[in-house]
Structure formats: C-alpha cells, structure tokens
Design a protein around this ligand. Structure first.
Ligand code: 2IT
Length: 447
C-alpha cells in the first residue's frame, strides 16, 4: 500500500469530501508499515475495500413544524463495514451534517468498535436537522418522519443506531416508538441509548464520559502522575461533557471550562454537582447556549463570548463537542499555558496540525476513537442485555465498561510503543483497531 497513491485516487473519486479524506489519511498513514508486512492484505485489497462504505442510504425527511409549515431535511445512514458484527454507530442531527461528515464518522466507527472487542460493525447516520429552538412536539414529528424511511434498514442483527450530537435519550425514545409501530415488532436491539425500564442500560448515558475519564486516568498514571487536583478543560456542555465532568470530579480532578457555540464558561474553582446537573437542563432547553450556566451561577462561572475552552489554563484538555474543534493555534496556546495531556472525546476533535504540534513537543495525545469508545461499548452491553432479557446493575455495567477501557488503553500502548519507549496513542489505536477488522475480512473471503 502506498498512502499517497490511494489518497490521490480517493480525492478524485470523492472531491471536496474533506472530513472523510482527513479521517482516511490519518488511519492509512499510521497503519502503512504494519499493512505492508502482510502481502496477503495487499492481494485481497483490504484497504481499498475498507475505505468505501458497504452502502449509503440517503432520503428526504418531510415534516410539519408548529406553525404548520412544511419542512424538508435530508437523512442518511452510512453502513460502512460489517466484518465484525451488525452495523453500529450513532445518529447526528445537526445543520452541518452531510455525506462526507457521516462517512468520516462511519469510517472512524469501524476502528473504534473494533477496539471494544465486541461484535460490532461500523456505521453512522443522521440528518441536517437543527434541533436548536425546536419544541418537543417538533422533535417528535421529525424523529417519526426520519424513521418512516430508516426503519427497513435497521434491526438488532442488521444495524443498530444510537445517539450522537443532537440525539439523546428523548430522541431515541421517539425514534424507537416509530420503529416499533412500523416494524410491528418490539425488537429493542434495533436502537441503543433507550431509557432504563424499556430496554435501556444503566450507565449508557454516562458511558462515553466515564469511559473517557477511565482512559485519561490510565494515561496520567502511565506518566507516573495522578488525577487528583488536575485542571481539566472540556468543550461543549452536552451528554459527553456531562458524563466526563461527573467522573472527573469523582476522580478528584477539577473541571475548569465548558463551552458552547456562543462562547466559554470558565469555572475557576472547579465545576460543582449543581452545575453538572444544570448541564442536563441546558441541553434539554434546546437553547444551545453555555452562557446560561453563568446566568444561573454568576459567582462561579465566568462567560466569555466567542472564546473557546482552549484559552483557559489547564493540565488536561479534552475536546468533547465536534470534529476539528481544536486548531494548531489552540494547541500552541494550550501548551503555552502548560497543558500536560490531551485526550479527544469528540470524534476527530483536533485538526491534524494540532495533533502534530502536541506530538512534536512530546505531549501525550490520545485519539477520540480510543478515548470515547466507552459509549458504543456500553451500547454493545445494552444489546447483550436486550438479547438475554436481563438488566445488569449499574455496578455491573460500570465494571464491564471500566475493563473494556483498560483493555483499549493496554492495546494502544502495545501497538503504539515507539523506539525510545514513547507511546503514539494514535498509531496504537489505529493498528489495534485495523488488525481485528482485517483478519475478519480475510477470513470472510472476497465479498
Ligand atoms: O460516536 C459514537 O461512538 C457514538 N455516537 C455512539 C455510538 C453507539 O452506537 O452507541
């Protein structure tokens, strides 16, 4: 495999699909050496097959808003790779959603799901629907209209979507209600992130953030350091940042920043339990403004319009909102302010220049596909419980999640060790994730 020639071929076939091409390039560059040690991969054209989705569904979603106006959106499901199991990955509702974005997310999902060691293929979907300012009734009608199209293409043994940006427990409830009516089947494994009591798993809402902090804790320990007292800057105030903040505080760290599309809230003395609870209300309001935190807690949180979390002094930076949210400039500012560790919780949260800048200065940097894998892993555990008609306790789920994250960390170290003992977590995650998929594809023949 020659990365350059594969990338130039892909650029010609998929012009303008920037995020997708960025995600593919990062993976290919890090697996190139290992790949070329396996001539059988080259012969079976594993990489050429892996970079193209199995199929993409693209559909019109028409619904009626509260003012009785007809609205049209575009919906998608990218079923990328099913070598390891039924397709699995979230649904994103955001105005910037397009095919390239969902292809990058679906591609990343293949490797992430592989890292969990569970039987999960890779997929992603969503719509260019903007939940900001929408009423609950509008959200419900949109979810129902979306499912009119999607329902035939999902199922417990086929493809099991979950939440992502703009899709949380409420949306999964509406989506599942519509799915059940259309499919005439109460097949809970067809969607994950359901509420507890009708098929949902305890700890699933917290899982992405909890898993991320378990990973970060290992990274810190790897450097003979400890979590207590560490200042953590998060971005966003959604489900992921909420779970991460909860676990960070439990581990003795201080969350000093959260952010939104409107700006950043600096929390000098560290986020409190009341503030973490308020994050849930902020998201449910659909206002999408982090300033609300500073209005509610004026003594503790200082809002700065337009600024990002990366301007706040911290020891650990965790992008947890959106792809490419951290630039090289942001990375340099963080390093100037003494950042010690960087762990993406959002998928591809850092621009390539930011990652290169951290790596050049020896700052441990871990990629989203490893750090945030606890979310989909717990979705996998939800499917297990659905199939067995059982409910595990919160402690049971949390213990399994913790073990999965420890195993992922160990794999990243094993495959990412470089000469001189330094660990390249990006390389480790990509190689470990890739090898499991490649072996399954080889075993399953040319198909
Ligand atoms: O990015 C992700 O891994 C998710 N949005 C969760 C996917 C899932 O199926 O739980």
């Amino acid at each position: 495999m020659k990365v350059q020639s594969i990338m130039s071929g892909l650029k010609k076939k998929h012009p303008g699909e920037k995020e997708y091409l960025q995600a593919v390039q990062e993976v290919l560059e890090t697996i190139e050496d290992v790949y070329n040690q396996h001539p059988e991969f080259e012969q079976a054209k594993i990489v050429e097959r892996l970079v193209e989705p199995d199929r993409i569904f693209k559909f019109r979603v028409t619904w009626v808003d509260d003012k009785k106006r007809v609205q049209n959106n575009i919906g998608y499901r990218v079923q990328f790779n099913s070598a390891l199991g039924p397709y699995k990955g979230g649904l994103r509702f955001h105005p910037a959603v397009n095919e390239s974005m969902l292809k990058f997310l679906g591609f990343e999902q293949i490797f992430k799901n592989s890292l969990t060691n569970l039987p999960l293929g890779g997929a992603k979907g969503g719509a260019d629907f903007d939940p900001t300012g929408k009423s609950d009734a509008e959200i419900m009608r949109f979810c129902q209209a979306f499912m009119y199209e999607l329902w035939r293409n999902i199922g417990a043994d086929l493809d099991s979507p979950a939440g992502d940006v703009g899709v949380g427990g409420r949306e999964i409830g509406y989506l599942y209600g519509a799915y059940k009516k259309l499919a005439r089947e109460h097949s809970t494994g067809a969607l994950t992130g359901k509420s507890y009591g009708w098929g949902g798993s305890l700890i699933r809402p917290e899982a992405t953030g909890f898993g991320a902090m378990y990973y970060v804790e290992r990274m810190v320990k790897q450097n003979k350091d400890k979590m207590e007292g560490k200042k953590i800057a998060l971005s966003g105030f959604g489900n992921v940042a909420w779970g991460a903040a909860t676990k960070a505080v439990e581990l003795g760290a201080k969350v000093v920043a959260i952010s939104g599309p409107d700006g950043v809230c600096e929390i000098k003395n560290g986020i409190t339990k009341e503030m973490i609870d308020y994050m849930l209300e902020m998201r449910a309001s659909n206002r999408n403004k982090v300033e609300d935190m500073a209005v509610k807690f004026p003594k503790d949180a200082k809002f700065t319009a337009k600024a990002k979390s990366w301007s706040v002094k911290c020891d650990i930076a965790c992008p947890s909102a959106f792809q490419n949210e951290m630039s090289e400039e942001d990375a340099n500012m963080l390093m100037k302010n003494g950042v010690k560790y960087v762990a993406e919780i959002s998928n591809m949260g850092c621009q390539p220049g930011a990652i290169a800048a951290f790596q050049a200065k020896g700052i441990p940097f871990a990629p989203g596909k490893a750090v945030n894998a606890g979310g989909v892993a717990t979705s996998g555990l939800e499917i297990c419980q659905n199939a067995g008609h059982i409910n595990w306790t919160a402690e049971e789920v949390d213990a399994k999640l913790h073990k999965i994250m420890n195993d992922i960390f160990d794999m990243c170290v094993e495959y990412g060790k470089e000469k001189g003992g330094k660990i390249n977590y990006v390389k480790g995650a990509n190689i470990a994730g890739f090898m499991r998929v490649a072996k399954a594809m080889m075993a399953q023949g040319i198909i």
